[in-house]
Design a protein around this ligand. Structure first.
Ligand SMILES: [Zn+2]
Ligand SMILES: [Zn+2]
Length: 469
């Protein structure tokens, strides 16, 4: 950890790669660099990444062959599931939450365990994987995201690996990982590690312990590897496609329990993209996030520390924003009373005169045409008729009958005018309150629809007190 107090300081020997990044990097790069032509049926064969095709094609073929030719013992079945979780956690708790996002600190033994277990998932080194994942978060849903979900489910799941990338992923700094000795160790010994952890250990352990070499190879080795692969790939595909956006819907990441179930808890991806440095994916105790449970257990055992948690207050703000957005959509499809600014202002005399020819009633400064409601009035036609051409405010609000919210809402829909001088209610808060129908007392407004409290503050010049804190 750095001990310097200079906020601008960085390692001069290995500076962050993006230290001199231009302010318009994303737009500039997308404009000035041309992507390779799109993959079509005619160029498909020449564009394949044969190493990845081999890894992702041969593994399921071996697994299928084993499935039809090898007896599955209960010990090997159990071991395969366990080994799936061990190697999967190497990716989720190690590659992803520890190295790509630095969401907690891990002791050296835990780091070695995660690096070695993660190698068994055969998904590239920590170094390569984290670099791509940091670009994924930084350039989500743009062409600088190596597995951008905007290219479709197939592309984000596997397409981006089996063909040559159409452009280089956007810049992402991993200078911290280049200094990490466990990351360096894994990168250096990557080939022996994937052979040993991908196929060696899952074959040898069942072979030595209960004599099932063949089952170990096919089930705990090949079939398990196939599951781990597609489990991780689902974080890029399914988690950007299926489910809800309870925290922010600006981008494609989504929350869904099904994705969580197939990815060892990485399915609360909408939350994750909002709060990527949080060691959790699921924030509720009943949501399925074994990776979070694993990290928390490691903390209890003294193997992990500094588990990062985003302030709950800010998390809830995100949730509230999305809830308000939904409420606003509901509000927008309803019909509302005509706004006072759009109603004609009518004098008392004119109100009297017009009330001779149609049933007009004055309540809270508004003139209402009750003609279509005369026969519908639950209290009877006579009570309305009696108040034509009169101010019925007192009678409406409890003098004769204390009307319900629904009655007040309905009344407001009958507004046809504002009485001149009768609407200066703002001076009397109680009267003003009565002029607003209950359904409009709490409304969802966009900031741009309100007069900005900031505009005058900004034009007044800057505060002389500086920033707080
Ligand atoms: Zn994502
Ligand atoms: Zn992530």
């Amino acid at each position: 950890m750095s001990t310097t107090t200079d906020p601008k300081a960085f390692d001069p020997i290995d500076p962050p790669i993006d230290i001199n990044i231009p302010d318009n990097y994303v737009q500039h790069t997308l404009k000035s660099t041309k992507p390779l032509p799109p993959v079509t049926l005619s160029n498909f064969w020449t564009e394949l990444n044969w190493l990845n095709v081999a890894i992702l094609g041969i593994t399921p073929t071996i697994a299928l062959y084993g499935l039809f030719t090898t007896k599955l013992t209960w010990q090997t079945a159990l071991f395969s599931v366990l080994y799936y979780y061990i190697t999967g956690l190497g990716i989720t708790a190690g590659y992803h939450r520890l190295w790509a996002h630095r969401s907690y600190n891990a002791s050296l033994p835990l780091q070695y365990f995660l690096a070695i277990a993660g190698a068994g998932a055969v998904e590239g080194s920590i170094h390569w994987w984290s670099r791509g994942h940091r670009a994924h978060h930084r350039y989500t849903d743009t062409d600088l995201d190596p597995y951008g979900a905007h290219h479709g489910l197939l592309w984000s799941h596997i397409g981006w690996m089996i063909v040559n990338p159409r452009r280089r992923p956007g810049v992402a700094d991993i200078s911290d990982l280049r200094k990490n000795k466990v990351v360096k160790f894994q990168h250096r010994w990557y080939l022996p590690l994937i052979l040993g952890m991908g196929f060696g250990v899952p074959t040898v352990l069942p072979g030595l312990l209960w004599g099932d070499w063949r089952g170990g190879f096919f089930f705990a080795g090949a079939a398990r590897l196939c599951f781990v692969h597609h489990s991780t790939f689902c974080v890029n595909s399914l988690a950007h496609w299926l489910g809800e956006a309870p925290f922010d819907d600006k981008h494609t990441p989504r929350d869904h329990v099904l994705t969580a179930l197939v990815t060892i808890g990485e399915g609360y991806h909408n939350f994750h993209h909002q709060f990527p440095m949080d060691y959790r994916n699921a924030i509720k105790w009943y949501q399925y996030d074994p990776t979070k449970w694993f990290i928390a257990t490691c903390q209890k055992l003294g193997l992990a520390s500094h588990l990062r948690v985003f302030p709950d207050n800010e998390v809830r703000k995100g949730q509230l924003t999305m809830q308000l957005k939904k409420l606003r959509a509901q509000q927008d499809i309803l019909e509302w009373p005509t706004d006072s600014n759009e109603l004609p202002v009518v004098s008392w005399e004119s109100f009297q005169e017009q009330a001779q020819s149609r049933p007009l009633v004055l309540i809270s400064g508004y003139i209402h045409d009750v003609s279509r409601f005369m026969d519908e009035h639950p209290g009877g036609r006579h009570l309305l008729a009696k108040n034509i051409g009169r101010d019925a405010t007192t009678a409406f609000f409890g003098g004769v009958y204390d009307h319900s919210n629904a009655a007040h809402n309905l009344l407001a829909m009958m507004r046809v005018g504002v009485l001149h001088g009768g609407f200066q209610l703002a001076e009397d808060p109680e009267k003003y309150e009565r002029s607003i129908p209950p359904s409009q007392k709490l409304r969802v407004y966009r900031a741009t629809e309100m007069t900005s409290p900031w505009s005058s503050a900004l034009s007044d010049g800057e505060s002389h007190h500086g920033l707080a804190g």
